[in-house]
Design a protein around this ligand. Sequence first.
Ligand code: PGA
Length: 265
Amino acid sequence: MRLVILDDYELASEWAAKYIRNRIIQFKPSAERYFTLGLPTGSTPFGCYQKLIEYYRSGDLSFKYVKTFNMDEYVGLSRAHPESYHSYMWNNFFKHIDIYPSNAHILDGNAKDLEAECQAYEQKITEAGGIELFVGGIGPDGHIAFNEPGSSLVSRTRVKTLAKDTIVANARFFGNDLSKVPTMSLTVGVGTVMDAKEVMILITGAHKAFALYKAIEEGVNHMWTVSAFQQHPRTIFICDEDATLELRVKTVKYFKEPVRIAIAL
Ligand code: PGA
């Protein structure tokens, strides 16, 4: 596991975007060999998407041979609703880059048969050759995608009821009206993300500091589902200084040193 600590949100977003850009370029994607990227929504990845759009516009990066799989989607919210994750992804990322719409996969929370939709999603990931790099964010309660506290750490894509904390946290996107916040979602499982070759988790802000502590300094625990990634062979946590507030000084020093050396080189 790596922990990369940057000074603030902007620098953390830029670091993450550069890492994703470099991984795609090094992979040399082609019509025969697509790069598969797992993606999150939320306020955390917004800055990273902005940077990736910049790299596309400056000609450094193309998404022509990239397939994306989003982590989750609300159940029962129309695709066109401004707070659907379809809207989020198209407005904040996909419409600004050269990805083919058919290569950008997002779970359909309005599917007639939600179970079948989840199974088909797993199948599509498998057919795409698995996920090369899964980028994720977490909630203050340590959930990854919508794998709320207590979720199985070997879970697959499925229908999930949202925890009260998540519904309350999401109310800000629905005019602070709790009755308007969807209470169910479709989400990839912890096991689905664990299958990716590499996982990058973005954690910024003091409100996520306790979750970062639980994620990396304590044991694997299904009440903090992000902690499962301690057991993934290639996980990078990218955070800002604020998110480190609950970590031991020793932990922060240990992980900061290599970054300083990398910047100096
Ligand atoms: P945020 O959401 O990036 O808006 O904080 C992350 C999450 O709840 O998974």
